[in-house]
Design a protein around this ligand. Sequence first.
Ligand code: UDP
Ligand code: MG
Length: 140
Amino acid sequence: MANTLGIVKPDGVRRKLVGTVLSRIERAGLIIRGLKTLRLSRQQAEKFYAVHEGKPFYKPLVEFMTSGPIVVMVIGGHGSIEHWRELMGATDPAKAKYNTIRREHATSIEKNVVHGSDSPATAKSEIAFFFDEDEILPKE
Ligand code: UDP
Ligand code: MG
């Protein structure tokens, strides 16, 4: 029953897809345990995506992720890490399954609307990156 981190990226916020994303999460039976809007500094974005440092898409990605506000959320519920990745779809919208957020709404492999942690260890550190313990609803 581990929590995971979700983000509506700047393209999603700009295009008013926050409600759509939240609605999909709730409809899937997952639980929103924490939620906030913020804008990443360059330093924060570099740190958050440090695992991709040196890759050709790293610098443009940092640029993109700091280009406007984002919505970060703690998503809970059974199998939340895998379930949220499934709702998002593959990184490249052209390869994402039908009826996934990225397939339906992403405009490129970079501007793909949402982020999701990819493992329990990543989920833990990514949640701690944005949320204090007392900002997350406890599990019932
Ligand atoms: N990205 C990109 N070009 C690529 C691969 C990734 O612009 O060739 C961006 C995209 O926004 C992606 C993020 O970098 O969501 C992180 O990449 P990752 O491989 O971790 O994909 P994700 O876990 O988000 O599906
Ligand atoms: Mg990733």
